[in-house]
Each structure stands twice: as C-alpha cells, then as structure tokens.
Design a protein around this ligand. Structure first.
Ligand code: 13P
Ligand code: SF4
Length: 314
C-alpha cells in the first residue's frame, strides 16, 4: 500500500471511529498531514484538554506528551502509536533529585520542563514548555517573592529563561540537554550563514547559548512557525535550528520561501518511531491496551497540579 493509500484509509477509519489525532511538528511529514491538530508541546497539552472531544486520542509525539494528555484527560483513552517513543532528556532528572534540590534550597519552587517524567512533575511546583518558560518563571518568582528558582531538566532552556527573566535558575542538573539541539555549534552557524547570507536564523531555546545569541528569533516550534507566517514578504530565506520535521512543515506551507537546516541530520529519532502502519493498526484495534498511555492515579493526582498551574499562567 502506498503512503497516500494508507493516509486515505486512516482518514476514513478516524472518521468512522471518532478518533482525534494530535501530532507534534517533529513527526514524519506523512503523519503531520493526517493530524487533526498539529502544534508545539504547549498547544498540544491545551488542545488535548480543551478541543479534542473524542473518546480516543492518538498522540503522535514522545511519551511525556502523551502522558501529559492522559493526566489532563483521565476519562479519555490516549494511545501512542509506538510506546518506545520517549524523550531522552527526561532521564536527566529523577524525582529524588528534585526532592534533594528542594531540601538544599528551601523555599525555592521547582519549575519542571514538560520534557520530564510524570513522577518528576509530581514533585514540582509548576511545569513549563519552551513557549512559556520565561513567563512561568516570572510569575512563579513573583508568587513566591524570590529571585531564584530550581529549573530542570534542560540546562539550556534554564539558561535562556534566566537571560530573559533575570531570575536566577538553579539547574537540576547542570548538564541536562537535548541531543538534537545541543549538537548545533557556533561553527555550524558560521558555515550555513556564509552559504545563505540573506537567510534569517531561527533556533529553539534548547540550543546552546553561543548559538542562540546568533539567532534572529529564539522560539518554540510554534514560535518559529508563526514568525515565518508573519514575516515580511521580502524575507524569503530562513535557517532552521531545530528538528527537521518543522522544516518539512514550513516547506509545505510556505512554498515561496526557502528553508535550510542549521546543520545536517537534525533528527529526533525518538519522534520518528511512529509511522502510518502503526496508526492504522491502532485505529483498527482501539482497545489494544499495549498502546494506551495511563499514569498511575497516585502520580497523576499530583502531577496534574503543576500542569494545570502552567496552563492557567500561560
Ligand atoms: P516545543 O515546546 O517547541 O514543542 O519543543 C518540544 C521539544 O521536545 C523540543 O525538542
Ligand atoms: Fe526530546 Fe530533543 Fe526529541 Fe525534543 S528533540 S523530544 S527534547 S530528544
């Protein structure tokens, strides 16, 4: 069966069974094309809660995204096409580490990036995504009346947030990072900007500071998408400092503009573990529990608080 035929089958099965498909921008392009909602992690969390009315939601993203959707929608069935699709950044922070940091820094709130496990979220005071980290840190520091916060697991997002908010972030841990974004170095940017001198550089806040400082825009995936959408018609070239899935989306949606990846092979292999065959299988076997994402009630009851607080503050 061709990809087009598979997509058509999926669309008809989806309609027949009343299933919503949510997909992140880093998904393979053929999955992005059949999604009901496409977005960054913040939009997908709020969409799962507010707009996806069907009983079954297929979440094409990594595990923490599906877990967040499940925590926010305990009465819905959240299905992940490949349960092995996880974000390695989450492994940098354990719940024990959060408790230890809190003990050592009494009175400081723990701000936890959504790229974390549900057990870590359960120990945190508030969650954030790459789209709202600055706002969240500003608001929580105001609420606690402090000028430092604990922040993990991404040390680069923590650093970016600190630069913009002027609130000190104590990194939990010092070296938490994303293997996709942190591989972009200053020399890569030098090479690509020399090749395309007219192009504007857009990068994700998970990039290292030296790279972020060269960018025209530092933003979440949706932040970058909207920047291109709203950009002046005489700006036609962009260098994209994030996973290749966003570049594929932009190339389809803005055919008159040119997009270049900041360096070769910016691929999140974890995001690419889903495929159309798995989605078709799920639609034909909605009750196969192997693919259902459920967070144990005791953890979910605690993890929902920092997630809801984030949504309220966003
Ligand atoms: P967004 O917040 O832009 O969706 O990014 C999530 C992510 O995993 C980036 O690597
Ligand atoms: Fe995790 Fe990085 Fe993949 Fe995002 S791109 S899901 S942070 S590994």
């Amino acid at each position: 069966m061709t990809a087009k035929q598979l997509q058509e089958e999926i669309l008809s099965l989806k309609k027949k069974n009343d299933v919503t498909i949510l997909a992140h921008y880093y998904q393979p392009i053929e999955i992005q094309e059949i999604a009901d909602f496409l977005g960054d992690s913040l939009e997908l969390s709020s969409t799962a809660k507010e707009k996806a009315n069907s009983e079954y939601i297929i979440f094409a993203g990594v595990d923490f995204m599906a877990e967040t959707a499940s925590i926010l929608n305990p009465d819905k069935h959240i299905l992940i096409p490949n349960p092995e699709s996880c974000c390695p950044m989450a492994a940098f922070l354990t719940p024990e580490m959060v408790l230890e940091f809190k003990k050592k820094n009494r009175g400081l709130p723990a701000v936890v990036y959504v790229n974390s496990t549900a057990t870590v979220k359960a120990e945190s005071d508030i969650c954030c995504t790459s789209a709202n980290a600055v706002k969240i840190v500003e608001k929580i520091s105001h609420e606690f009346d402090i000028d430092s916060v604990l922040f993990g697991p991404d040390a680069n997002l923590a650093d970016y947030t600190e630069q913009l908010s002027k609130i000190h972030t104590i990194k939990m841990p010092e070296n938490g990072h994303c293997y996709v974004h942190s591989q972009i170095i200053k020399e890569d940017i030098k090479i690509i900007t020399e090749k395309y001198p007219k192009a504007e550089l857009l990068v994700h806040p998970e990039c290292i500071r030296e790279v972020r400082e060269l960018a025209k825009l530092v933003g979440s995936t949706t932040g970058m998408y909207n920047y291109v959408k709203e950009s002046n018609s005489n700006i036609n070239e962009f260098i994209i400092g994030t996973e290749v899935g966003l570049l594929e989306r932009l190339t389809q949606d803005f055919p008159t503009k040119r997009f270049y990846l900041a360096k070769e092979k910016l691929i999140c292999h974890n995001m690419k573990k889903h495929n159309l065959d798995l989605i078709k299988y799920l639609l034909e076997n909605l009750d196969d529990k192997t693919f259902e994402v459920k967070v144990p009630l005791k953890i979910a009851e605690r993890a929902i608080k920092p997630i809801e607080k984030m949504l309220e503050f966003s």
